[in-house]
Design a protein around this ligand. Structure first.
Ligand SMILES: NC(=O)c1ccc[n+]([C@@H]2O[C@H](COP(=O)([O-])OP(=O)(O)OC[C@H]3O[C@@H](n4cnc5c(N)ncnc54)[C@H](O)[C@@H]3O)[C@@H](O)[C@H]2O)c1
Length: 332
């Protein structure tokens, strides 16, 4: 298939580009380079032997987007492009709604105009909001108790996609709800840029390891978890990337949602220990007070993706730590 990856020079998009190219798909990448570098394209080429076509376009630029669709005869779109810093979204909600929601509408309009009927969307486990049950299944309600504008944009985009499949029964939309992506490609060439700090644990661990931050703050050790620190479902980015390949193989008319997670929860202290074990060095950290809005624990029920997409996560936290260290060694 000829597939357009919006946000394809970003962290998850670039790893997905590699898996798709290796599986024989024809990949084109669109990105405005807001949070990534054009040099990623050459790294993808180095890893796969094939250089994907790159379009430096902003999704909000309807005219350029339209021209691309007219030229490219695409079969499907995987839509990664968006802003993702939860904290910033609380301070600048309009920036997030404009880029994420309007950017998606602009993309969908071009898709409709040029009869591209398949889209896979990068959603997030945060669409489940705040729930009593911490093992999130796709059967659960979404949208209630969402704590920030970033996650609201994911929820709203899912609703738009659902409505489109109702209006057009031929439309094929799959939303993939990612849990917590970590790790890097085993080549050490691509990974998450540690200079981009959203609110995530791993980029901060990387910064501490590089000596750019003196110590890691652990926000609270009085949660209802075995060691008192919050627990999340960390998924290796290469497993996540492979999930998109499985999704593409199974996409069909209608709206479908899948969790992409491992089904296991790991605490902040366990993550620190795993990093220390992989690097052989202590990682300076201190316990501070809780951060508003943090949940004690949640993780994926990944059984639907296993049953219907034939996909499950295979790599471990140890694999992710090893690959992160390998990437960091190249990054310096
Ligand atoms: N990384 C995570 O923890 C996580 C978790 C759940 C969901 N997601 C979602 O997955 C997707 C990819 O995440 P990522 O970690 O690879 O982020 P990323 O920031 O590395 O990649 C996103 C890419 O989109 C591009 N972009 C942003 N706005 C654009 C626009 N208007 N036009 C064109 N390009 C634009 C950025 O330049 C960047 O390269 C995002 O939608 C994100 O919200 C990420």
């Amino acid at each position: 298939m000829k597939i357009l990856l919006t946000g394809g020079t970003g962290y998850i998009g670039s790893h997905t580009a590699i898996e798709l190219i290796n599986a024989g798909h024809d990949v084109e990448i669109l990105d405005n380079l807001y949070n990534s570098k054009a040099s990623v394209i050459n790294k993808i080429a180095k890893i796969t032997g094939i250089k994907p076509k790159f379009h430096q376009i902003d999704l909000l630029d309807n005219k350029k987007l339209d021209r691309l669709f007219k030229k490219s005869s695409l079969d499907a779109v995987i839509h990664f492009a968006g802003y993702k810093a939860v904290g910033e979204s609380v301070e600048k909600p309009l920036k997030y709604y404009k880029n994420n929601v309007y950017g998606t509408i602009s993309l969908l309009e071009s898709m409709q105009k040029h009869n591209v009927n398949k889209i896979i969307f990068s959603s997030s486990a945060t669409v489940y909001g705040t729930q009593e049950i911490v093992k999130y299944s796709e059967k659960m309600q979404t949208g209630a108790g969402i704590t920030n504008p970033y996650s609201q944009t994911k929820y709203v985009i899912e609703q738009i996609l659902k409505d489109l499949t109702i209006a057009n029964p031929d439309f094929e939309a799959m939303t993939l709800r990612y849990f917590n992506p970590i790790g890097a490609h085993s080549s050490g060439l691509i990974g998450e840029d540690p200079n981009d700090i959203p609110n995530n644990l791993m980029p901060i661990i990387m910064k501490v390891a590089m000596g750019e931050i003196p110590e890691l703050s652990v926000y609270g050790d009085d949660y209802d978890t075995p060691d008192g620190t919050p627990m999340r479902d960390y998924i290796h980015v290469v497993d996540l990337a492979k999930g998109h390949l499985s999704a593409l193989n199974k996409i069909r008319p209608g709206f479908l949602a899948y969790n992409l997670g491992t089904g296991k929860a790991t605490s902040v202290l366990e993550m620190i220990k795993a990093f220390e074990k992989a690097s052989g060095k202590p990682l300076p950290h201190k316990i501070t007070s809780r951060r508003p809005g943090d949940l004690a624990k949640f993780y994926a029920d990944p059984s639907k993706a296993k049953k219907e997409l034939g996909w499950h996560a295979e790599l471990t936290i140890e694999d992710a730590m090893r690959d992160t260290l390998n990437y960091l060694a190249n990054f310096r």
